[in-house]
Design a protein around this ligand. Sequence first.
Ligand SMILES: [Zn+2]
Length: 297
Amino acid sequence: MTEKLTQCPVCRGGNFSGYLEVKDHFLTGETFQIQYCQGCGFRFVNPRPGNTEIGRYYQSEDYISHGVEKRDLISRLYKQARTFSIRKKYSIVHKYATTGKILDIGCGTGEFLAYCRSKGFSITGVEPGEKARHFARTENRIPVSEQLSGLTVQPAYFDCITLWHVLEHIHDLDETIGRVKELLAADGTLVIALPNSNSWDKNRYREFWAAFDVPRHLYHFTAKTFGEFAARNGFELQKTIPQKLDAYYVSMLSEKYLHGKINYLKALIFGFWSNLQARRRDTGHSSLIFVLKMKKG
Ligand SMILES: [Zn+2]
């Protein structure tokens, strides 16, 4: 069933305006409306496929975050970048949570968790995608639940909870963030990475910007709207960190959507330019990592 939001998921306001009409360039070619909330500026797909209907938008062999073994150039580059980014992710987590229990929501095939385990963390994953979950369990030996609600641990169990490019896929934000608060230790760390829909590469590619990825990405946060979301849910922002590799990857895919073919040179140039502009202006990088702690009291 198609769902129509009547209340802003961030500020609860009810007045929306049209922001952009975007095609599902990746899979179906269907068109979706992105609206923005007049109260807080939050951007989201509306109307959107409901929870039971969204599955078919993920049914592609190419859906790279859930793909398992591919050999073409993009996938190989992606894999190399993934190794690099796993180490980068771990270095961020390690600054705030030096040891203990970590939960990765949307853990995919589990490489990040496997790396955390090799560093002494006790690991748990949640992954709704069946293929990826199976791979995580069998190949990477990760304990993975299908749903967050299926985890049977004590409250305040985890020292660190991570969502790497996952929150924008989740229908019920309130339920998810509520459960995260329950599961996170009082002084625990929450790490959320998201595409930034104010970035230079978004402004360059507009409706061809690959990180819109409608309707799989239901929400299109910016540093400002994410800050609002975090504060309203009782979290304090500790730090915002750029994910610089994403500018290259997003530019590469966006070039493909815009011109019908991949142009590695342009992807390199525009990815580099996006990162440079992010430093000069206040629009921010293509993707951002937010490090959060729960507010005391
Ligand atoms: Zn709002």
